[in-house]
Design a protein around this ligand. Structure first.
Ligand SMILES: C=C(O[C@@H]1C=C(C(=O)O)C=C[C@H]1O)C(=O)O
Length: 372
């Protein structure tokens, strides 16, 4: 295990791009180490590698391509040392608080005027770190958030990001497709057996409806699960799973992805008005927060589950292409001794600005917990 982390440190110190990550509820931690410092951009979405895409679709997604990288892994990550504490100072100014309340009020006015039905509004909080060690923060994230997709991503020409996201954007294994509709937030108070108000049910329904409308041309046999409560750190969310089978005649993944990202879980309804509202009004650049990241067009080998282990059966072994993308939430960027924590929440007609502020404060604790 020490070797694995030493390789990551060497890569970082040599100024070479890499990502280390662990999928939800797994113990394997993988890393992709690019062997030069070229900034590769995704063009067709037929590339193979680890993709890191910003919120703004007009900007390029970055890829660490498999063909110019080495993949290393540890199969069973266990943290022997426990959480390392970092001391940090967080001073939220009155201006930041006032700005966010005003932003939410502007969102509410746009909803009242009929320009929007939902808009996700966010902010960036700066925290001064005494000693920023991204590898220790990454280990803290791995230990604290077992059910999240946890990552540490670095490109010398882009920056350093860390996160523990509860949200899958989409998964494709061969022709099997699945997607998550995650929204609505309340604090976890010891049980997941909670009731949800109409406001949260409505804001999550917007996401499910959007997914169903947009996958229609591409997906067959669509199945929608019951909506359930899921725990993510100190928070609870509503989640619905949408599954189906890719339509073989119209398999244009780039178009499918463009029509799905950003979903109303991170942008709003209608999508274009919400996106423009966010870009005009938030007054900061989200960069990779609320973008997506993960494995693009990896090859996996499948064997039939039943059947005897004999030579004939081996003939049925086949390779599938697998894509697993996550939404970049509960994340931070580390730059010059500072952590920039990104947090937001969905605004609908029944939102209350003070409560929306409090929700962003709760969400910021997900990242602050691994620093404290
Ligand atoms: C925007 C964020 O999260 C999204 C917004 C949520 C909400 O408004 O309740 C819940 C989960 C995510 O869909 C974030 O974590 O910053």
């Amino acid at each position: 295990m020490q070797d694995f982390f030493n390789r990551l440190k060497q890569q970082f110190e040599s100024g070479l791009p890499f990502v280390a990550y662990r999928k939800p509820n797994r113990t394997e931690v993988k890393a992709i180490l690019q062997n030069d410092d070229v900034l590769h951009r995704v063009e067709t979405f037929e590339e193979r590698g680890f993709v890191f895409s910003p919120f703004d679709e007009a900007k390029d997604a970055v890829i660490l391509p498999l063909n110019t990288s080495e993949v290393i892994s540890i199969s069973n990550y266990v943290n022997v040392s426990g959480n390392t504490q970092f001391s940090f100072e967080s001073n939220i100014s009155t201006q930041e608080w006032e700005f966010h309340l005003e932003l939410v009020k502007k969102g509410l006015k746009a909803i009242e005027r009929g320009a929007l039905k939902k808009v996700v509004l966010s902010r960036k909080e700066e925290v001064n770190l005494e000693a920023a060690n991204p590898f220790l923060i990454f280990k803290n994230l791995l230990t604290s958030y077992a059910s999240a997709f946890v990552y540490l991503w670095h490109h010398p020409k882009v920056g350093l990001w860390l996160g523990a996201t509860p949200e899958t954007l989409l998964k494709i294994e061969g022709r099997q497709f699945s997607m998550m509709s995650l929204a609505g937030t309340q604090s976890f108070e010891g049980t997941t057996d909670v009731t949800w108000k109409a406001k949260e049910l409505e804001e999550q329904q917007f996401v499910t409806d959007f997914i169903l409308e947009n996958i229609e041309p591409y997906i067959q046999n669509i199945k929608v699960s019951e909506t359930e409560t899921v725990k993510a750190g100190n928070l609870l969310h509503l989640n619905t799973l949408v599954k189906g089978v890719l339509n073989p005649e119209d398999l244009n993944f780039k178009r499918l992805l463009k029509s799905l990202h950003p979903t109303p879980a991170v942008c709003g309804v209608p999508k274009e008005n919400a996106r423009q509202f966010i870009l005009d009004q938030e007054n900061y650049n989200r960069e990779f927060y609320t973008g997506f990241l993960g494995e693009l067009n990896f090859e996996t080998t499948s064997r039939p589950r039943t059947g005897r282990r004999n030579v004939e059966n081996r003939a049925y072994t086949f390779n599938k292409t697998s894509t697993q993308l996550y939404v970049n939430l509960r994340c931070m960027q580390i730059q010059g001794g500072k952590a920039m924590i990104y947090v937001g929440g969905g605004i609908t007609e029944s939102s209350n600005p003070e409560k929306e502020w409090a929700e962003t404060v709760s969400k910021s604790l997900v990242m602050k917990k691994v620093l404290k």
